[in-house]
Design a protein around this ligand. Structure first.
Ligand code: CA
Length: 234
């Protein structure tokens, strides 16, 4: 499903339970791992929108997990919020230096956690409103109905093309190469090659063209594609 999925990597049951409680009213889907190894296994099938990462974990530490994530093409863009204990001030700085986007200090309130998550996700692009809609210019994506529309007219998209548009709309103004698009949009195990990415982009542009919105998807020569949410007025 396409609701925002958040992975927590945390060995303390009490903290995971607290996060579960915080999420029960937020609409986020929680994926849970107690160790880095478990997290890696989980992520092979399901790339989360954000990772909540404890520092002190049995086995591999949170910081070495960040270092690993940043080297993986499929995962390097996933935002990370570190969960740190009060006594770990230095770790917090090191975490941010290594590539964490933010941190929260334990114990934290559910409201604070949700606010931080939303703030970090917003930097990466718009997230759905409570009705499950994402609006960029005249384009409206309904993540519950799996449809996209312009001025109320529903576009005729295949599942693959819809998935591509959804990714673009939630990650605007950043360039992705074909390999990243395959990994982020359809997953590492998808039977989609780089040429198919071009085909999907062409189909999407063909659907947007009658509404003069095909310019939203830009070809970045020698790199890949970018969805532009700027100057998108008709
Ligand atoms: Ca811990």
């Amino acid at each position: 499903m396409t609701a925002t999925r958040i992975l927590v990597v945390e060995d303390e049951d009490a903290i995971r339970d607290m996060i579960k409680f915080a999420f029960s009213k937020s609409g986020f889907i929680l994926l849970e791992a107690e160790t880095v190894e478990e997290a890696k296994t989980l992520m092979a099938d399901d790339i989360p929108s954000l990772i909540l990462l404890d520092w002190m974990l049995p086995g591999q530490s949170g910081i070495s997990f960040i270092q690993w994530l940043k080297k993986q093409k499929a995962y390097s863009d996933i935002p990370i919020i570190m969960l740190t204990a009060k006594a770990e001030e230095e770790n917090r700085v090191l975490g941010l230096d290594t590539g964490a986007d933010d941190y929260v200090t334990k114990p934290f309130s559910p409201l604070e956690l949700i606010a931080r998550i939303k703030s970090v996700l917003r930097r990466g692009g718009p997230i759905a409103d409570p009705k499950g809609q994402i609006n960029v210019g005249p384009l409206c994506l309904d993540i519950y109905a799996h449809t996209a529309s312009i001025d109320g007219e529903i576009l005729d998209l295949t599942r693959n093309t819809y998935d591509l548009l959804r990714f673009f709309m939630t990650h605007p103004n950043r360039t992705y190469n074909r390999e990243q698009l395959i990994n982020f949009v359809w997953g590492l195990t998808a039977d989609i090659d780089e040429r198919t990415v071009d085909v999907q982009v062409r189909r999407l542009r063909d659907e947007l063209k009658p509404y003069q919105q095909d310019h939203l998807i830009k070809t970045i020569r020698g790199v890949g594609y970018q969805f532009s949410s700027e100057n998108s007025d008709v």
